[in-house]
Design a protein around this ligand. Structure first.
Ligand code: PMP
Length: 297
């Protein structure tokens, strides 16, 4: 699904076959999870492939590498041009691009001196599909920001996401909603969370969540289109009688949520601000206009 015999990946400065590329089994990332990564989307547009917010994604990769003490000397510009080359070599435009910066051989608990960069890409449908998600509050909390750097997109953090996703599915739901260590709503396993009530959008402040690039796009959209958006702490109880809710993420885009803990939101998705934003998001990424007024749905 992610590669075939024709797939080309970028590994440590070389373009190599994805099917034949190998890695060191003593790499620290495999054993202890100290690696950082990104999830980026490119879209087929009239002007060819356009990577959405490439600069923001690679700035976050550099931030994550620094936070985890992983040596890395690529510039944002270089990473962007390599990403376009990757798309050309694999002849794909609508693609999910996965940069992974992983650590070399090191079995002690100090960061490895050596790091490796993998860039690969594949075609990937919206992460949560088009159906409206049935959410359940997770028994797992997001990692406490005092135990890690939660703003960094670290490989090891995703064991928390995998546990929460599996638990939600075992209980018969589509996806999990994780709380922070104070009992406030934080985010999904791989997406930020918003809800809507009486014409106002709400989301939690930064601190316990990944600072999502799609989340930031929603802030820009709310400002441009004139919808009030408030950052505040809230509990699942506050969400139960919401008019609507959605997830935001590069892979999920703007994804409709139908219910939380079996409390179905009051409005049909098509009547919510989230729906208007999801339409605008598609126009924005596919038409690649920087001004929301030009793309307003
Ligand atoms: N939170 C988590 C835990 C994530 O993994 C992601 C996906 N990167 C997001 C939020 C959304 O971030 P972005 O919009 O930058 O993709």
């Amino acid at each position: 699904m992610y590669y075939n015999q024709d797939t080309i990946v970028y590994l440590d400065g070389k373009w190599v076959s994805g099917a034949n590329a190998t890695t060191n089994l003593y790499a620290q990332t495999l054993h202890y999870g100290n690696g950082v990564f990104e999830g980026i989307r490119s879209y087929e547009t009239e002007n060819g492939a356009q990577i959405f917010k490439a600069k923001e994604h690679y700035e976050r990769l550099l931030y994550s590498a620094k936070a985890m003490h992983i040596p890395f000397n690529y510039t944002v510009d270089k990473l962007i041009s390599l990403s376009y080359e990757l798309l050309k070599k694999n002849k794909i435009e609508d693609a999910y691009i996965r940069p992974l910066l992983y650590q070399g051989e090191e079995m002690s608990l100090k960061p490895a001196k050596e790091s490796h960069l993998l860039l690969c890409a594949w075609s990937w449908a919206k992460y949560l599909g088009d159906k409206k998600v049935r959410l359940v509050t997770s028994s797992y909390e997001r990692p406490n920001p005092k135990s890690t750097n939660i703003q960094a997109k670290v490989v090891g953090h995703y064991t928390n996401s995998i546990l929460a996703t599996k638990e939600a599915q075992q209980k018969g739901y589509d996806e999990a909603l994780l709380l922070d260590s104070q009992g406030y709503v934080a985010e999904g396993p791989g997406a930020n969370f918003f809800y809507e009530k009486e014409g106002v959008l709400y989301t939690c402040p930064l601190g316990n969540i990944l600072s999502g690039i799609t989340r930031q796009t929603v802030f820009e959209m709310a400002e441009a289109l004139g919808y009030p958006l408030i950052e505040k702490y809230f509990t699942p109880d506050d969400v139960y009688n919401a008019d609507g809710a959605f997830f935001t993420g590069t892979a999920a885009e703007i994804a409709p949520i139908e219910s939380l803990d079996d409390y179905t939101f009051k409005k049909p998705w098509e009547d919510t601000i989230g729906y208007i934003f999801s339409k605008n998001y598609q126009k924005l990424v596919r038409e690649h206009k920087s001004n929301f007024y030009e793309t307003a749905y």
